[in-house]
Ligand binder design. Structure first.
Ligand code: PEP
Ligand code: MG
Length: 873
């Protein structure tokens, strides 16, 4: 019989997969003798079983839940469902990977119309009892019954207004009793039945709701963004309630062992007296900084510091803790490795290594490569900033600079972002419903909430700039404007945010790219020491190559030469070449392209300062260089001095039903060997030129889309003959190599043969993915969303290598190629080369290097170090 339910005292930290992070850590804290309200965890396997059983919790699991409840009753000395001394519990989800804000919490479960009176008598505090009940009704309605909290807000606010009070804490017991009455009536009105009074029914419904929430759209979206598999499921934690809302000797808060924004080694957090959990994060009341607890209650503060120090040492990581003080006694409700900004991640990792808490390798593993992205994001241009006026200031919740047009809903943010317009999402406060809007926004601004508010926590996790709790900004979401000191800003108006200082500007302030220094450079140096994969860049011009070089690229893994042909006079020469009717005409046009191409290569070699440069020969179908519309064809015909009919005929002759499977790649060089000749001439002459100036460039010539050895052999002979002749004539020595892209499944299958000609392989995983799945890379986006919705795919195979299929072909190709050439250099230059998960895979199958876009170079360097530390080679 499978065990689905574990008491905290039966489990430990190693059981994260089964019990989720929260459950495993509650068990661990229990084992460490810390003051944890006791309870139990329903496992992630129970969640999976719930879905297998057709979205119901089977009787065997229900029985295990009741048994564990009974055991917990013994520990806490109270009985669930007792009306005189009610045993109340909290219900919280907890997956294997933390998913902040994605799953909801229910507090005070077990209360009903009778037990609330019992609780009032027992505590001699009816205000507290009814406050707890109204919270429970709201949370249960929201999480379990899909009745939004907003249905109750009006009743609550009306009461406050009627009583003329601002703060929730100023409401009396009678006020709260009236509110509860109103809530219960509202519930019945909306559901057509009374609020469930049986605590056991409340409990099972709540556990079910948590399981259900694993599959809600927000959770699915978050998982896809963070690569969390659906199969994992979530666990549910049921824990004896302790109360922070029992008066002024009670309270609740959140704290971090180090500053999650800057990484400074300082105790950091917020708390509220006489409050329950959600008050702190919801931003309804403004919490106090944790340092004030030292004055308010020195003994508790000291105990909490001791516990938090112990936890940080135990987990060897910065901890994010939730605590409650009930009538002067401290309880730990949660601990986990805290989410942090990229800057903080770097500082914490480096400090912990320098403090001796972590080894260098452990320190490297503490920084998520994906997170570095936010460090490579822009800051404000000083000149533009100098003239900008600060209109308000909020909390510096998540660093970086952002400029964009104000929008007031997540939907609008998504719409405008789709049109390529940068947006700033402005809200009173954010909630999990806003997550998609936050993900596409350049920045997030809220008028309410603290450093641990939803907006702050989620934006930090995403690396999105955020200014939170800007009290002087009055936000009117439904009317689509905000105002500051009477000045109105409407939807579409430009604003800018500085998430590092908390400043808000009522205008567009120009941003500039980040530079690598300080902690970043230090961690990168460590990463370089511990990786074995080389990291190159995909770049087609000296500017991008220079950026990549400065980010640590060790060569160019892919120069797409066609990108050089689209600009200015080049496109004309290219078009002349395409419409040529004879080889001579074509040669004349190519002769015009040669010097331009040679200059391009000189620029690239120079930017790379002697590192290898891989030049990929012309790849796209030729029609891409010609216009489609008759008007444009007519204009071009005039410009080229040829007849409309001739040009139109050329365009039509180049038309293909499936251009992606058409006349492109190596096939172009087979039809037009003179193109390969011209490109070889440019590559070799440029190398001779820069080598004369003391460099030692060894060009790598790469032939695309090869699927048959004879294709490669044919083109290689042309390349070698041309190159050798030039080298001989110049009377110099120059090494070069000729290799191929591996991007057609057939090439993987016959890689041993291909390697007889190819001196290196580079995986073009964009085309390889396209051809392995048979998905057009240009159109797959249109239907992949349905694949995610229907759980056929969890991730985009064009972003993360499909290790099962495409990856299998890659492994075969590496092995096949190396049977022919044991030291065959194998790289990857598809978009996957900058994706940490794919980098890990490339390391494990023995590639020599990955190549990615310039801004992803540091990410790939760190990912390569992670891969090698986890699996050294
Ligand atoms: C590829 O196919 O992965 C590749 C790098 O080439 P391109 O994207 O230019 O087709
Ligand atoms: Mg390709």
């Amino acid at each position: 019989m499978t065990k689905y339910v574990y008491l905290f005292r039966e489990a430990n930290q190693t059981m994260k997969n089964l019990l989720g992070g929260k459950g495993a850590n509650l068990a661990e804290m229990t084992n460490l003798g810390m003051p944890v309200p006791q309870g139990f965890t329903v496992s992630t396997e129970a969640c999976t079983q719930y879905y297998k059983d057709g979205n119901r919790i089977n009787d065997a699991i229900v029985k295990q839940i009741y048994d564990a409840l009974h055991e917990t009753e013994k520990i806490v000395g109270k009985t669930f469902g007792d009306n005189e001394n009610p045993f109340l519990v909290s219900v919280r989800s907890g997956a294997r990977a933390s998913m902040p804000g994605m799953m909801d919490t229910i507090l005070n479960l077990g209360l009903n119309d009778v037990a609330v009176e019992g609780l009032a008598k027992l505590t001699n505090n009816p205000r507290f009892a009814y406050d707890s009940y109204r919270r429970f009704i709201t949370m249960f309605s929201d999480v379990v019954m899909d009745i939004s909290k907003s249905n109750y807000e009006e009743i609550f606010d009306n009461k406050k207004e009627e009583r003329g009070v601002d703060l929730d804490t100023d409401l009396t017991a009678q006020d709260l009793k009236d509110i509860v009455k109103g809530f219960l009536a509202k519930y019945e009105e909306l559901k057509g039945e009374p609020f469930p009074q049986d605590p056991k029914e409340q409990l099972v419904l709540s556990v079910e709701a948590v399981f259900r929430s694993w599959d809600n759209p927000r959770a699915n979206y978050y998982r896809r963004m963070n690569n969390i598999p659906y199969e994992w499921g979530t666990a549910v934690n049921l824990q004896a309630m302790v109360f922070g809302n029992m008066g002024d000797t009670s309270g609740t808060g959140v704290a971090f062992t180090r500053n999650p924004s800057t990484g400074e080694n300082e105790f950091y957090g917020e708390y509220l007296f006489n409050a329950q959990g959600e008050d702190v994060v919801a931003g309804i009341r403004t919490p106090k900084p944790i340092a004030e607890l030292e004055k308010d209650n020195p003994a508790i503060y000291k105990e909490f510091r001791e516990i938090s120090d112990k936890l940080e040492k135990h987990y060897k990581d910065m901890q994010d803790m939730e605590f409650t003080i009930e009538k002067g006694k401290l309880y730990m409700l949660q601990t986990r490795n805290g989410k942090r900004t990229a800057q903080a991640a770097l500082k914490i990792a480096i400090d912990m290594v320098e403090e001796g808490l972590l080894t260098e390798k452990e320190g490297i593993l503490k920084v998520d490569p994906n997170q570095l992205d936010s460090l490579l994001h822009p800051t404000f241009e000083p000149t533009s900033l100098a003239n900008a006026k600060v209109i308000a200031t909020g909390l510096n919740a998540s660093p970086g600079a952002a400029t964009g047009r104000a929008v007031f809903t997540a939907e609008r943010a998504a719409e405008m972002a789709k049109d390529g317009k940068p947006v700033i999402l402005v809200r009173q406060e954010t909630s999990p419903e806003d997550i998609e809007g936050m993900a596409v926004a350049s920045g997030v601004l809220t008028s309410r909430g603290g450093m641990t508010s939803h907006a702050a926590v989620v934006a930090r996790g995403m690396g999105t700039c955020c200014v939170a709790g800007a009290g002087t900004v009055k936000v009117y979401e439904d009317k689509k404007y905000f105002s500051v000191d009477g000045v109105k800003f409407n939807e579409g108006d430009w604003i800018s945010l500085d998430g590092t200082t908390g400043r808000i500007y009522g205008e567009q302030v120009k941003t500039q790219d980040a530079t690598v220094s300080g902690d970043f450079a230090k961690l990168m140096a460590w990463a370089d020491k511990h990786r074995s994969l080389k990291v190159r860049t995909n770049a087609d011009n000296p500017k991008d190559a220079k950026v990549a070089y400065d980010f640590g690229a060790e060569g160019i893994g892919l120069c797409r030469t066609e990108h050089m042909f689209f600009e200015g006079e080049r496109i004309m020469a290219m078009r002349e070449m395409i419409v040529s009717n004879t080889e001579e005409e074509r040669a004349t046009a190519l002769a015009k392209l040669l010097p331009m191409q040679r200059e391009d290569f000189i620029g690239l070699y120079e930017a790379m300062q002697g590192y290898p440069v891989t030049i990929r020969y012309l790849d796209p179908p030729l029609h891409e260089f010609l216009p489609n519309e008759d008007d444009d064809i007519a204009d071009l015909a005039k410009e080229m001095n040829i007849s409309f009919a001739d040009l139109k005929a050329t365009v039509e002759s180049l038309h293909e039903t499936n251009p992606m499977l058409g006349h492109r790649g190596v096939r172009l060089s087979i039809t037009y060997p003179e193109i390969a000749r011209m490109q070889t001439r440019a590559v070799i002459e440029a190398a001779i030129e820069v080598n004369k100036r003391g460099m030692n460039v060894v060009p790598e010539i790469m032939i695309p889309l090869v699927g048959e050895i004879k294709e490669l052999k044919y083109v290689k002979e042309i390349v070698v003959a041309t190159a050798d002749e030039i080298i001989k004539k110049a009377g110099v020595k120059l090494n070069y190599s000729v290799g191929t892209m591996i991007e057609i499944p057939r090439a993987c299958l016959i890689a041993d043969e291909i390697a007889k000609e190819a001196e290196f392989f580079s995986f073009g995983t964009n085309d390889l993915t396209q051809m392995t799945f048979g998905f057009s890379r240009d159109d797959a986006g249109k239907f992949l969303a349905d694949y995610y919705d229907k759980k056929i795919f969890e991730a985009d195979p064009f972003a993360h290598v499909d290790q099962k299929g495409v990856g299998k072909l890659m492994s075969m190709a590496v092995a096949g190629g190396r049977t022919t050439r044991p030291d065959l250099k194998c790289g990857i230059c598809g978009e996957h080369g900058g994706d940490p998960e794919s980098v890990d895979f490339c390391h494990n199958i023995g590639l020599s290097y990955v190549s990615c876009s310039p801004f992803r170079v540091p990410i790939a360097r760190l990912a390569a170090a992670h891969a090698n530390i986890k699996n050294p080679r």
